[in-house]
Design a binder for this molecule. Structure first.
Ligand code: FAD
Length: 414
């Protein structure tokens, strides 16, 4: 069946990027259609920030862009279209005031992601945007290298402008099942292999599981001298999590697609090196020779971890500081600043907050987010090969890119 109405813009995917694009594109008498495969739009948005929606943060634009890594500059035009301050104002105008309680992360004051979604849907409705749920786009219509429309199971919809905002592959039960990649591919786009990011990492070693639930305010994890992630951290039953682990997990996943195992080195005391501890042990020897090494170490680390590290370093439980041999000191100092964790698997796409990889940026114009291959085809949000760390970066990108792509769409038409 063909829907004979011609739309000014068809948006595939009703997540934060797609809904923002629809609002940004809306002009008087413009016909905008959002096609969403789930029963209702914005399912993932509702789950963000544990249901509280960490929508952005207080970083200035340049630093925000740099946090997206090598290709971070790509997001600058989108941030120029809608920066964190603009995003806060946007929601305040929709009667969703925002708040920053820790000097960095921004949430809706109500702490409810549902308020954010409801505000977007209300505004879209007010502007006359048509949203069809339960409509999975299966194919793109392309004629003479120009977009002509989309096809769902039920219907063919025609438009000279189509925006793909289908998200990545993470949390497929919330909608983003990776089907957008096949659509982009059919339009000639290269897909950088998607891997799970912002995801728990499983360790081969058994001891982290014994520490499940123990948290740290500040540790560092390194893949190499230059690739280091610092911050809060948590041992889980199967491995490691918390922002420091999650932020490096995408790069670990990438390596796991080429190697069977990846070693992450954990420094329990970021900034300190082995020698610091060798000096410290010498001091223990001087002033606390009768005390047990494990007890002295427990003054710096949770007792359980101290005991495990001592055992890994070959120090018996009752070892007194006066009898702390050089070889044991060397080993323990090494474990404190470079404790190897062997990662062979992650919790996978089912539990990854974002996807690393996606539509290659080379074939997309950052100033318009239009395809350089198929005229009239646009991209926004997580479908593109960009992913940020934990802390509101990914929603800011979704909203900013939707704002840019949607806003330009109808302006260029007129
Ligand atoms: C549990 C969880 C918590 C998170 N918390 C935060 C947070 O607090 N802060 C933050 O910045 N980021 C967070 N993120 C990441 C953030 O949610 C995503 O980066 C963001 O939602 C991406 O927006 P998007 O619009 O590009 O894609 P999505 O939100 O994934 O939306 C894509 C939409 O497209 C639809 N769709 C897919 N394929 C088709 C198709 N073929 N046809 C029609 N529709 C289709 C999907 O059903 C979906 O509704 C979190 C993610 C998860 C999973």
């Amino acid at each position: 069946m063909t829907d004979n109405r011609k739309y000014d813009l068809i948006i595939v995917g009703g997540g934060p990027a797609g809904l923002m694009a629809a609002i940004s594109a809306s002009r008087k008498s413009a016909r905008i259609l959002v096609l969403e495969k789930m029963d209702s739009p914005g399912r993932k948005l509702l789950a963000t920030g544990g249901g509280r929606c960490n929508m952005t943060n207080l970083l200035p634009k340049d630093r925000l862009a740099d946090s997206f890594g090598r290709h971070g500059r790509f997001i600058i035009p989108a941030l120029n279209s809608l920066d964190p301050e603009g995003l806060r104002k946007f929601f305040e105008n929709l009667e969703v005031p925002t708040v920053c309680t820790d000097g960095f992360h921004i949430f809706p004051r109500s702490q409810k992601a549902s308020d954010v979604l409801q505000a977007l849907l209300k505004k879209a409705k007010y502007l006359g945007v048509e949203i069809r749920s339960g409509a999975k786009v299966r194919n793109l219509l392309i004629e003479d290298s120009k977009i002509a429309g989309v096809v769902t199971d039920a219907c063919e919809f025609r438009s000279g402008k189509v925006l793909l905002s289908t998200g990545g592959r993470s949390y497929p039960n919330l909608g983003s099942d990776g089907s957008g990649y096949a659509l982009a591919k059919s339009a000639g786009h290269k897909i950088i292999a998607p891997v799970p990011a912002l995801v728990e990492l499983y360790c081969e070693e058994k001891w982290p599981g014994q520490c499940a639930g123990i948290t740290f305010k500040n540790i560092s994890l390194s893949l190499s001298r230059k690739d280091v992630s610092t911050g809060e951290f948590l041992f889980t039953h199967s491995g490691i999590s918390g922002p420091a682990a999650m932020d490096i997990s995408g790069r670990v996943s990438e390596r796991l697609s080429m190697h069977s195992a990846v070693i992450l080195n954990l420094n329990f005391f970021p900034g300190t090196e082995k020698n610091y501890w060798m000096v410290e042990f010498e001091k223990w020897h001087g002033h606390s020779g009768k005390k047990q090494v494990v007890n002295l170490l427990s003054e710096h680390l949770p007792k359980k971890i101290a005991a495990i590290l001592c055992s890994l370093a070959g120090c018996p439980e009752d070892l007194e500081s006066a009898n702390f041999a050089k070889s044991q000191r060397e080993k323990l100092a090494q474990f404190l600043v470079e404790c190897p964790l062997t990662i062979k698997v992650t919790a996978g796409f089912d539990r990854a907050m974002v996807t690393k990889g996606g539509v290659s940026l080379k074939e997309v114009n950052p100033d318009t987010l239009e395809s350089r291959i198929t005229k009239g085809l646009y991209f926004a949000g997580e479908i593109l090969d960009l992913d940020g760390p934990c802390g509101g970066y990914n929603l800011q990108w979704a909203f900013s890119s939707g704002h840019l792509a949607g806003g330009l769409n109808l302006e260029t038409r007129r």
